[in-house]
Design a protein around this ligand. Structure first.
Ligand SMILES: Cc1cc2nc3c(=O)[nH]c(=O)nc-3n(C[C@H](O)[C@H](O)[C@H](O)COP(=O)(O)OP(=O)(O)OC[C@H]3O[C@@H](n4cnc5c(N)ncnc54)[C@H](O)[C@@H]3O)c2cc1C
Length: 470
């Protein structure tokens, strides 16, 4: 950056504590990566703790045309918080002073750096719940969840982050502080800017506060594990449950590769020859869900499960869920690089998607592991590889492209919850078409005329291709 000294001087005038402006190389390196792929150094990191500070930083950046990348905990799997054009990383993770639960209005009001799981925990004390539960909820910030419109296992019954956002405060790229929505359940005043900001991946503004909807916490839950010796049958079992009138709160899947990886990592006694394990949770009134879990078991047995187990106690349920929780750490024991996709298909296409993923695995000879939120069609095909092996990475690139193409062909989407970031930008047109992408670019241009807000994300640059092999 040519005018770095000048920018630094201006930042020091608006950030009261100079220790919250970082510019030495060790600090910059630790802000150069996320949980996806690639590493890019920013020129400065500014750790903001108020909307007023964000507004002042944005005004400087907009005047000087310096890129600004908002960042929560950097657990993104799509490259969202990577400062690909350098400039300023705006870190909101220290900004966690507000976590207010209002049981009368059934809302939570939170600052952007609050860790997601803390919101649900705080709501639980009032007999309430905050349903969105990304598997990263113990590390991710609510701002990151809002920017990515994150989902989680409970999305099957309860929906995703966007379904719980009543209002936002955010700062525009030009530095203006705006409020959208509020505490009311209904609000149709003008365009729905709240919905536009949620899922915009930090490309339209900086979220500085959120008002979130809470629900009464269901009094009981039931957990069932079903084991299949055939992956396609497990897909059919999911479709059968969902068309039976029962809506589980979670249906999670582990394929054979994930089962084996977990057993290698921490032996739990899972059957190594099984092709799929389904974990199903129901929540609601105790007597209603007791009847329903028996019906779910019958469906599993009829669709070809070789074994089913219903947890009798909370501890047994926890033990059954342990296997699913261990998949992510277990699969990276075999090779160091994990390309984590979240292509999503309509529920009826789950069996066909399984079949096609298996074909892709064989065609490109890649180590493809499938697990995730199967109940809502949001499978997580993960390719485990070694980024130092260029020949392997070329095959991985081709397999990833074919996974996206397949998901779109089956009426699905590139991303159910991880976002587009840098990793999927080149595939946007595949799903949205030329005019769809163009309309989004026009919205971006209207909000951010100097293109300083998280540049290099969502939209592909001319000639850009997915490159994992460099
Ligand atoms: C092990 C693991 C499991 C995961 N499981 C899930 C899952 O089940 N479901 C799921 O949806 N995701 C999951 N993720 C992905 C990730 O955790 C989510 O995308 C999460 O929302 C990111 O939050 P974060 O605080 O880490 O944000 P970051 O990664 O720091 O940033 C994410 C995006 O938010 C933007 N951003 C951050 N703060 C702001 C702000 N204040 N204003 C505007 N934009 C902002 C950034 O620019 C970036 O584009 C998982 C990740 C890991 C590593």
């Amino acid at each position: 950056m040519e005018n770095a000294d000048n920018i630094y001087r201006q930042l020091k005038e608006v950030i009261t504590d100079p220790n919250r402006i970082l510019s030495n190389i060790e600090d910059l390196c630790s802000y150069s990566f996320d949980a996806s792929f690639g590493s890019f150094l920013p020129e400065f990191v500014v750790q903001v703790t108020s909307a007023d500070e964000v507004s002042k930083v944005m005004k400087i950046a907009n005047k000087e045309k310096v890129p600004v990348t908002p960042r929560g905990s950097a657990s993104s799997l799509s490259g969202g918080p990577l400062p690909v054009k350098g400039g300023i990383v705006l870190d909101v993770s220290l900004w966690n002073d507000l976590l207010l639960i209002d049981p009368d209005d059934l809302v939570a009001v939170v600052s952007p750096g609050i860790i997601t799981a803390r919101i649900d925990e705080a709501a639980n004390k009032y007999g309430l719940m905050y349903p969105p539960d990304p598997s990263s909820s113990n590390i991710s910030t609510i701002a990151g969840n809002l920017a990515e419109n994150s989902g989680g296992p409970r999305g099957l019954k309860y929906g995703v982050t966007k379904d719980y956002v009543l209002g936002l405060e955010f700062v525009t790229p030009e530095g203006n502080i705006i409020r959208t929505g509020g505490r009311t359940v209904k609000n149709v005043t003008g365009y729905d800017l709240t919905k536009l900001i949620v899922g915009s991946e930090g490309t339209l503004g900086v979220i500085t506060e959120a008002t979130l909807r809470l629900l009464p916490k269901p009094p009981a839950s039931e957990t069932l594990m079903a084991i299949f010796d055939d992956l396609i049958s497990s897909g059919k079992a999911i479709s059968k449950v969902l068309s039976s009138g029962i809506i589980p709160s979670k249906i999670e899947l582990m394929d054979q590769a994930s089962i084996r990886a977990v057993e290698d990592y921490q032996p739990l006694g899972l059957p190594l020859d099984a092709e799929a394990i389904l974990l199903i949770e129901l929540d609601g009134h105790p007597s209603a869900i007791r009847d329903e879990i028996i019906k779910v078991k019958e469906i599993m047995d009829l669709t070809g499960a070789i074994q089913t187990v219903i947890a009798d106690t909370e501890d047994e349920a926890k033990e059954l869920w342990k296997a699913r929780k261990l998949v992510s750490p277990a699969i990276v024991k075999t090779k160091p690089t994990k390309i984590s996709e979240d292509a999503t298909v309509p529920r009826s296409q789950i069996p066909e998607f399984f079949k096609r993923l298996n074909d892709i695995k064989k065609k490109y000879d890649v180590s493809l592991v499938v697990f995730g939120h199967a109940g809502d069609g949001n499978l997580h095909p993960n390719i485990i590889c070694d980024k130092r092996d260029k020949e392997e990475m070329v095959r991985v690139e081709k397999a990833v492209a074919e996974i996206f193409k397949t998901a779109v062909e089956l009426g699905g989407t590139l991303s159910g919850e991880h976002g587009i970031g840098t990793m999927k930008a080149t595939f946007m047109e595949l799903e949205l078409g030329e005019h769809g992408v163009d309309m989004m670019k026009r919205i971006k241009q209207a909000w951010d005329p100097n293109n300083i807000m998280n540049p290099g994300k969502i939209f592909p640059e001319k000639g850009q291709k997915l490159v994992l092999s460099e």
